[in-house]
Design a protein around this ligand. Structure first.
Ligand SMILES: [Zn+2]
Length: 410
């Protein structure tokens, strides 16, 4: 098995929180074999002198949509699945360029894209997929126009491909089972209104308690979990009561709903950047005024949600949720969070906490024996300057995914 021996680096272990010198790291195949403060003997390994750069785990974005390649989602109605896949390939490559070696797709990506990335057919991060995002008729995942009646088949265009509609306990059960049959890692439910859907009010409560409980029961029975799109305290509390594991967005969270999440050990996947990017640039990509008005209702809650969660001990993962042309702003989330959090807190959100969210604690988001060898070599210390994680990966001297160099300019 091929071996790589990394020497002369400063180690950024997110659990430690400050740089450590003097270590060597041995990678064998797709895994980390050894991390040692003593010189490692590996005569057959390719030795890499890191020139005192900072070695850190690859980043994890816990909320992306690799198939939503348009900001104004209705445009996906006119996109065939072949073109959708080509766009997804470009978006996934961009994520890997920025140092995201793992992403959790919360609606759209299927097992085909996941397998293509795993097999190296297209360069991209490892994917944890939800398949279609499931919601009720008229909810955030119902992308039909008001003039449309009846359902479209899921293979006719990119919008139908990413979204599922189910009504009633038995339809929801079936939809959840179908996504699990198709290999989903997590089940995505829509439990409140959303910004990028034209007709559902933001504060609307979507899916009944019985429907959500059925989804949770099915997911648990299959060894999966449910993540829920939710903005308001009421939507968050309904999700918590029904056994949902992660809240996506959660901008309008309050003390009571945060306390409930903490008590149940739930995670928040915040994604402030998408709201700022939509405010600044979504109109030029066709997003309409109704959607942008909903955006204004949630944008101010973003930073406050981080502070509330910190106060209550709710773990918050790094997420972005950027649509289409805005996805290049994926790393800006680091800078936005820096207004209320320290760099190490934000880096943990994008490494160790992200790994917990995808249930890969100790195998992703960390540098230790037996973990996957997903590594970044940074041209400086991100704990001093989060700007080093900006600029589409320009300050990353090397990117290793599963023990292979995706990028190496040493
Ligand atoms: Zn999303």
């Amino acid at each position: 098995m091929s071996q790589l021996l990394f020497r002369n680096f400063r180690l950024l272990d997110p659990q430690v929180g400050e740089l450590q010198g003097g270590f060597e790291l041995l990678v064998e195949g797709d895994r980390i074999r050894d991390l040692s403060a003593q010189p490692i003997k590996a005569p057959g390994a390719d030795a890499i002198d890191c020139g005192q750069r900072v070695l850190m785990p690859g980043l994890i974005d816990a909320h992306v949509h690799v198939v939503l390649s348009e900001v104004f989602l209705p445009r996906l109605e006119a996109m065939p699945l072949t073109l959708m896949t080509a766009h997804a390939a470009a978006l996934m490559r961009g994520m890997l360029d920025r140092g995201f070696t793992t992403v959790r797709d919360t609606g759209g990506a299927d097992w085909g894209l996941k397998e293509a990335a795993d097999k190296g057919l297209l360069p991209g991060p490892r994917l944890f997929i939800a398949g279609k995002a499931i919601g009720p008729t008229g909810g955030h995942s119902d992308g039909r126009r008001r003039t449309d009646y009846g359902m479209r088949c899921h293979c006719c265009n990119a919008l139908s491909f990413a979204m599922g509609v189910a009504d009633g306990v038995s339809e929801v059960r079936k939809a959840v089972r179908e996504e699990m049959r198709q290999g989903c890692d997590q089940v995505k439910l829509m439990m409140s209104g959303g910004v990028a859907s034209p007709y559902d009010p933001l504060e609307s409560l979507q899916l009944s308690m019985g429907e959500v409980e059925a989804a949770v029961e099915e997911a648990h029975a299959f060894g999966r979990y449910v993540c829920a799109h939710a903005y308001t305290p009421e939507a968050i509390q309904r999700a918590a009561r029904a056994g949902v594991r992660t809240i996506e967005h959660g901008n309008l969270i309050d003390d009571a709903s945060a306390a409930m999440m903490a008590e149940k050990g739930m995670y928040l996947i915040a994604n402030l950047v998408t709201y700022y990017e939509m405010r600044e640039r979504a109109a030029e990509f066709g997003m309409n005024a109704d959607m942008l008005a909903k955006n204004e209702l949630v944008i101010e809650g973003g930073l406050r949600s981080l502070e509330i969660c910190k106060r209550h001990g709710v773990k918050v993962a790094y997420g972005t949720d950027l649509l289409g042309q805005l996805q290049q702003a994926q790393s800006r989330e680091f800078l936005l969070r820096a207004e209320v959090l320290s760099p190490i807190e934000i880096i943990r959100a994008a490494t160790t906490i992200g790994a917990e969210v995808v249930r890969m604690e100790g195998r992703l988001g960390c540098i230790q024996p037996d973990a996957y060898a997903d590594l970044l070599l940074v041209d400086g210390d991100p704990l001093q300057d989060l700007g080093l994680l900006q600029d589409q990966g320009r300050h990353l001297a090397a990117i290793v995914k599963a023990g292979r160099f995706y990028k190496n300019r040493l």
